[in-house]
Design a protein around this ligand. Structure first.
Ligand code: HEM
Ligand SMILES: [Ca+2]
Length: 656
């Protein structure tokens, strides 16, 4: 706690930590960066052979035994047998539209402030953030029907499907300038200029920004432009719990457990319930951080969900072992992982997406499941990672509410400004465990996105401030990231989605149903075509029953549909689960998972809906908070395990 107040880490260090990747990814991006800075084509050929790029560029070989039919690989490789890298960790994002960089190769949009697009220059991103996004913390409207847990679920799923590594170099390649200090654009530094009108002007001349690392395919001569990389599996497979690399998955497992359990924290517990283990390496000068498959310690909401699912895994393996005492630790681990993966797909598609997209858009853009389609590429699209799925940044509350038993305020864990909840594992350990955070998420409403109330100042003015140093601005980062990735402007994406393309301010005012906002955009950008896609998309009024406009519903639905139809291990696919197992899984609820893995005794029937009063919560024993009945997982006596042995040894397959 003490060291946190000493200003030990700068906000940009924390952002780098936020994007921390594993050794496999790091080797690959170092190699890709080396390639990116190699001028001689013959050297490129040689480097491709010898550097960490070979892992990305070679085709993996896929097993065809029955285990590979039954369980996903950790890395996502071979999910699609014809295209074994589709959806896997450490592959480039797919492109739905070709990139529009400032040059043919990969210079970000807005690199040269005088460069024109459609006869207009691009405004500094910080100016857009100040003029369009900035909202005082107390000037927000609350969502009348959705809980803040729904918002957190979005970020949780984001951590399942997207992780863009930033450049591992901290100094400019050409000049050696330190990216955290320089105001010159020199790759990988792409600093965010502070405009004259900015309250920060005079205090700070630039906000540091590191470009996302290039992927190795950028070095392949036939490819011809820069691509960014996804370090984790794109599938909704709970990779943030289990890891996206075999080494991390193995490190997170307790190998001495006969149950196939996950490793737990050996130093602390939450009134007898487990915590995640600590990272073996500490961030410089800070208290310990939790470790999981992915970004476990970034803020209290994520820590709570990570802890919940870690406990749920260990609860499931125990139950499964009681039903099938003959199962090996590996089988128990894999079966629990498979159930947890299915739970994530069900909660996301059945409970989360309909609220975000609205029932109408959901049924139009996400028709009923018709089976696995090996022609569908489930890889994450660049525009989804760098823009579309960031929509929920404008629905985040500025305060993290923490509540005691009975959903009452408690001085041991008071409400926290959001920036005090980031990188604060110690608060969970020292201030009451995960229960107060979960209760806060269940009882707090989401922030409502409105044209005059976009992103709270906790995020635009105080991001990663806790440790001192000049804070970052999440709105500016999102915009700069889109330019760094060469995302085409708003108009191109409207066209891509077969929506009308605004040419004038009045066209835009009609689409946005807001003349003031359209005028602001006109002043900033000069033309609707150039509006950065993220800010244009979040400015559209929501579709009926949803929380995003038409452009976002198109982009989000397209991605989630591909994640469903292109996943060979989709939970509803014939043969994945028996029909009784499927039926039981379908009735799972996040409230039940909270009841089973915390000390919380009362929960809402529907935890993504807003609950106004603690009295509206139901006791965990209430029949509406239904249990997941695991009896269909019981195998008919010993014969089946023999089948599993067969499966592992001879490759013959037994349907569970
Ligand atoms: C407490 C709330 C949140 C904080 C503090 C936060 C913070 C951040 C930060 C610092 C980044 C990296 C920005 C960059 O350098 O480009 C980021 C990226 C992102 N965020 Fe959030 N976020 C929050 C909530 C959410 C939610 C609710 C969602 C979605 C529903 C979301 C989706 C994303 C996505 C998709 C990315 C891109 C990730 C990547 O490419 O690696 N975030 N967020
Ligand atoms: Ca995943």
């Amino acid at each position: 706690k003490k060291s946190l107040s000493e200003g030990a880490l700068r906000p940009s260090d924390l952002l780098a930590q936020f994007k921390q990747t594993e050794a496999t990814t790091r080797t690959q991006i170092w190699a890709a960066e080396l390639l990116d800075n190699t001028v001689d084509e013959r050297d490129v050929e040689n480097l491709l052979q010898v550097t960490g790029c070979s892992a990305e560029l070679q085709r993996p070989s896929c097993d065809s035994d029955c285990l590979s039919e039954r369980y996903r690989s950790v890395t996502g490789e071979c999910n699609n047998r014809q295209h074994p890298r589709w959806g896997a960790a450490n592959i480039p994002y797919s492109r739905w539209l070709p990139p529009e960089y400032e040059d043919a190769w990969g210079t970000p949009r807005g690199w040269d402030p005088a460069h024109t697009y459609n006869n207009a220059t691009l405004p500094p991103v910080r100016l857009v953030s100040q003029d369009v996004l900035f909202t005082h913390n107390d000037n927000i409207s609350l969502d009348s029907t959705l809980s803040h847990l729904l918002v957190e679920w979005g970020q949780w799923i984001d951590h399942d499907v997207v992780l863009t590594p930033q450049s591992p170099s901290t100094a400019a390649f050409r000049t050696g300038a330190d990216c955290t200090h320089t105001c010159s654009r020199d790759t990988p530094c792409f600093p965010i200029q502070i405009p004259l009108s900015d309250p920060r002007y005079g205090v700070q001349s630039c906000m540091p920004f590191f470009r996302s690392a290039p992927s190795c395919v950028s070095g392949v001569l036939s490819h011809r432009h820069r691509e960014q990389l996804n370090a984790i599996t794109s599938f909704v497979d709970a990779s943030m719990v289990y890891g996206s690399s075999t080494s991390l998955a193995s490190a997170l497992r307790n190998h001495s457990s006969p149950l196939g359990s996950m490793t737990l924290n050996s130093q602390h517990s939450d009134q007898e319930l487990a915590y995640m283990p600590f990272l073996s390496k500490r961030l410089k000068n800070t208290t310990s951080c939790f470790q999981a498959g992915e970004r476990a310690h970034v803020h209290l909401g994520m820590i709570a969900l990570h802890t919940l699912f870690l406990r749920e895994h260990n609860r499931l393996v125990k139950e499964l072992q009681l039903l099938n005492p003959h199962w090996s630790p590996d089988t128990l681990y894999q079966e629990a992982r498979k159930i947890i993966g299915a739970v994530h797909q069900i909660l996301t598609w059945e409970h989360y997406l309909p609220r975000v997209l609205g029932e109408g858009a959901m049924s139009r853009l996400m028709p009923p499941y018709e089976g696995y389609d090996p022609e569908v590429d489930p890889s994450i699209a660049n525009v989804f990672a760098a823009a579309a799925f960031r929509f929920a940044h404008v629905t985040v509350q500025p305060v993290v509410n923490r509540l005691g038993p009975g959903y009452t305020a408690n001085s041991q864990h008071p409400p926290l400004p959001l920036h005090h909840s980031l990188f604060a594992s110690w608060r969970v350990v020292q201030e009451g465990g995960i229960d107060p955070v979960l209760r806060g998420l269940l009882l707090s409403p989401a922030k409502l996105q409105t044209p005059g109330q976009m992103m709270v100042e906790e995020l635009t003015e105080r991001l990663f401030q806790a440790q001192g140093g000049m804070p970052l601005d999440l709105g500016a980062l999102n915009l700069q990231r889109g330019r760094d990735h060469g995302l085409p402007g708003y108009g191109s994406w409207r066209r891509f989605c077969s929506l009308s393309v605004p040419n004038t301010t009045s066209d835009l005012a009609e689409i946005l149903s807001n003349l003031t906002l359209a005028n602001k955009f006109q002043l900033l950008y000069g033309t609707p075509h150039n509006i950065d896609v993220w800010v244009g998309a979040i400015s559209e009024p929501a579709v009926p029953g949803g929380r995003v406009g038409p452009l976002l519903s198109c982009l989000l639905a397209r991605q989630f549909r591909a994640l469903r139809d292109g996943d060979r291990f989709w939970w509803e696919r014939e043969g994945m689960f028996t029909s009784t197992q499927r039926r039981n899984l379908h009735s799972i609820s996040l409230s039940r998972i909270i009841c089973d893995n915390s000390h919380i005794t009362h929960v809402p029937t529907d935890p993504f809906s807003r609950t106004e009063r603690p009295e509206d919560m139901l006791a965990c024993s209430h029949p509406l908070i239904s249990h997941l009945d695991l009896s269909p997982w019981k195998e008919p006596d010993a014969g089946e395990e023999a089948g599993k042995e067969d499966c592992e040894i001879s490759g013959s397959c037994v349907v569970l």
